[in-house]
Design a protein around this ligand. Structure first.
Ligand code: PGA
Length: 295
């Protein structure tokens, strides 16, 4: 097979845009030149990569296969580039990090510290929920992910770096505030403000109720910890949150932690990466920094 990176790049752009015109624009080339590259590729492979139905073009089965492999090839090339960067010294590396939304309460502090030590490593940070983090790991999009309990379904290396106590919160005027050793069954009478499906915190709450064969009365659903805290504060229900997200509210007395039997639920935060991912020196430096300094 004599295919070139250039052909693959053009093919990827066309597959991404499903339009020769827009693909050509994105690569700063003319439309006929782009379509010529794809034609040459098709004739090399002796299979059509796109088919035209009406005005639209679609990937053929061979096109889908090629897209899968070309993404992997370009992913590997990027990784090679970073490894070589690293060999030239930790002076120019790049590090793509993604963290669970709750971790974002302290992630910026950690990144700032790391940045002071390695000012030439360019950091990018994405904040999202557990499910999206799992997808990113699957798609090999990030160097390092910081999250709660990592999924067993993926081949991952993970190491706990910090405790993550989960607690029940209520507004200070709630009848249960100040009560000691509240039996867990008592919580069946309360409504809960929930994080969105896909959130690890939500999963922990659902699992806990299931394990204790309790019925969870769910109320409003919200995608942000900040919104959850406001909703609880306004009496819309109780919620389960990480203590890392409520430091300020506890200090100012806007929220209280209920003394429920069996709580806090002790969880951990993990530093996670794919087992098959070649760790760049920048990624290794970050892991070492997190596991030693950031404590
Ligand atoms: P999340 O984070 O609730 O924002 O998904 C917690 C976790 O990953 O366990």
């Amino acid at each position: 097979m004599h295919i070139t990176f250039r052909q693959l790049k053009v093919f990827e752009a066309v597959a991404h845009h499903l339009s020769y015109t827009r693909a050509a624009e994105s690569l700063h080339m003319t439309q006929p030149a782009a379509s010529m590259q794809v034609k040459q590729l098709e004739s090399q492979l002796e299979l059509p990569l796109f088919e035209q139905l009406g005005k639209k073009i679609y990937l053929t089965e061979a096109g889908e296969e090629l897209l899968h492999y070309s993404s992997a090839i370009f992913g590997q090339l990027e990784e090679l580039e970073e490894v070589l960067e690293g060999m030239r010294g930790l002076n120019r590396g790049r590090l793509r990090i993604a963290v669970a939304s709750t971790i974002n309460y302290f992630a910026p502090r950690v990144l700032a510290g790391f940045n002071r030590r390695y000012p030439n490593i360019t950091l990018s940070l994405e904040v999202t929920n557990r499910e999206m983090l799992m997808r990113m790991l699957e798609a090999n999009e990030k160097d390092i992910v910081l999250m709660g309990q990592p999924p067993e379904s993926l081949d991952l290396d993970h190491e706990p770096f910090m405790e993550n106590p989960l607690v029940m919160i209520a507004p200070p005027e709630h009848p249960l505030a100040g009560e000691k050793k509240i039996p867990i069954v008592r919580l069946e009478q309360e409504a809960f403000v929930m994080r969105e499906p896909g959130s690890g915190t939500r999963l922990a709450l659902e699992r806990y109720f299931q394990e204790h064969e309790l019925t969870l009365k769910t109320g409003m659903e919200m995608t942000r910890n900040e919104a959850i805290k406001l909703a609880v504060r306004s009496g819309m229900g109780l919620s389960l949150v990480s203590t890392h997200s409520i430091e300020l509210e506890l200090e100012t007395g806007r929220l209280v932690v209920l003394d429920v039997e069996g709580f806090p639920l002790m969880r951990h935060w993990y530093i996670v990466h794919r087992k098959d991912k070649r760790m760049t020196p920048a990624a290794r430096a970050f892991m070492t920094y997190l596991l030693t300094e950031a404590q």
